[in-house]
Design a protein around this ligand. Structure first.
Ligand SMILES: Nc1ncnc2c1ncn2[C@@H]1O[C@H](COP(=O)(O)OP(=O)(O)OP(=O)(O)O)[C@@H](O)[C@H]1O
Ligand SMILES: [Mg+2]
Length: 380
């Protein structure tokens, strides 16, 4: 009887339990099927007595099993687990809160946490074992992501310190180059050599500055924005930076494109890089298509906006595809390879996604999806 029950309540509960127990088979069946952990029981000959619904689900066992199948047959897709159960029949100390990696059709595999209890006969002898288990995969993934986040923070701090150390000597190299240029006024050969230093120094400076930006944690300041306006502003900036070109710019903006709650400056930075990449890929000649439309659902079931930047350039080199969004991946002589890595970081901190596809008639399409946030109008 529970301590917080009045005596008559306790009597009632006991009476209900007795009634449930009277329906022996049904009660235990419902108890086992309703358990929030997987359960497999095996008799002393190593034959499976029962497997509950959750166990079948975790182990991805499709077919219902005939009674008393040998455990290595029932769990033929999980030989390690079958081995653990068979070994348990011989053990004096059974595993408690242990973990096991299962081999599944999934690429990553599954981890289960399990405890094995003995099933004793009336005479007190071991008549079999019961395995209670839970799928820990999700917990493990979360822990792994936390560890990765910690590692990235540490790496980011190290990068920031390193960048700081590099920038100071770079600044003095720049000053010294200026002095040398003045000293060697009129000496063409010397000046030609000196002039080779400056662009390299500024390239290094740019890489360091952009790496610093990339390492720094983002704190987006959200406000309501019309995504079409962001595209237009980004286009202006990209065109100004690129200079003269012969690219035909087309727009496909859906009229009902809803506003988004985003950090305008950060989002513009993403779009400028996508457009600048496109202009560079087309070498200033081709067709750039900008589009914006509402999408009814993002993965998380929220309404959102999809923006895309499509070019008629040569497409993404196949060897680059898998690592395109990693930092320092570049094919350009003066590129730092931070643009797309930064773009992904910015989009992810807006709970959105960015991906790349081949264009229908060649070229490349970058697609950005951002949730609108239901209360977008209230954010300011
Ligand atoms: N639209 C595109 N078409 C073809 N290749 C592209 C396109 N966009 C990006 N790439 C490839 O992806 C690489 C990485 O792009 P990313 O923007 O990250 O760096 P980057 O442009 O090289 O340097 P930066 O850091 O200055 O932006 C580019 O060097 C280029 O090879
Ligand atoms: Mg770029």
């Amino acid at each position: 009887m529970r301590h917080d029950m009045k005596p008559e309540e306790g009597a009632l509960a006991e009476c209900q339990i007795e009634r449930l127990l009277a329906d022996d088979q049904g009660f235990f069946k419902r108890l086992v099927e309703g358990m929030r952990c997987g359960l497999i029981t095996v008799d002393h000959r190593g034959r499976v007595l029962m497997i509950n619904e959750l166990a079948r689900e975790i182990l991805e066992l499709k077919e219902p099993l005939p009674a008393e199948v040998p455990v290595h047959v029932a769990l033929s897709t999980h030989p390690r687990l079958a081995r653990v159960l068979l070994d348990a029949l011989q053990m004096s100390h059974l595993p408690n809160r242990a973990e096991l990696e299962l081999r599944t059709r999934e690429r990553d595999g599954k981890t289960i946490g399990f405890t094995i209890s003995p099933i004793r006969s009336e005479a007190g002898q071991i008549g079999g074992v019961a395995l209670f288990f839970k799928d820990l995969t999700l917990v493990e993934r979360q822990e792994e992501q936390e560890r990765l986040r910690d590692r990235l923070v540490a790496l980011g701090q190290m990068g920031a310190n390193l960048a700081h150390e590099i920038r100071n000597p770079l600044a003095s190299i720049e000053v010294t180059v200026g002095l040398l240029r003045r000293r060697f006024k009129g000496c063409h050969e010397e000046l030609r050599l000196i002039d080779k230093i400056a662009p390299e120094v500024s390239r290094l400076n740019r890489t360091v500055t952009r790496s610093l930006e990339f390492a720094r944690p983002l704190a987006p300041e959200r406000a309501t924005h019309d995504p079409r306006l962001l595209l237009e502003e980004a286009l202006e900036e990209a065109e100004n930076r690129f200079g003269a070109h012969e690219v035909l710019v087309e727009r496909q903006y859906a009229e009902e494109t809803p506003p988004i709650a985003a950090d305008g400056q950060l989002l513009r930075q993403v779009l400028v890089n996508l457009m600048f990449n496109a202009l560079e890929a087309m070498e200033g000649r081709g067709r750039l298509l900008l589009s914006a439309r509402a999408i009814s659902r993002l993965d998380r079931g929220e309404p959102g906006v999809e923006l895309s930047v499509a070019d008629s350039g040569p497409g993404i080199p196949s060897e680059l595809r898998d690592k395109l969004f990693q930092p320092f991946v570049t094919t350009k002589k003066s590129g730092s390879g931070i643009g797309l890595a930064m773009a992904r970081k910015i989009i992810e901190c807006h709970d959105g996604m960015i991906d790349v596809m081949d264009g229908e008639d060649g070229g490349t399409v970058f697609r950005v999806r951002i949730p609108c946030l239901p209360d977008a109008s209230e954010v300011d």
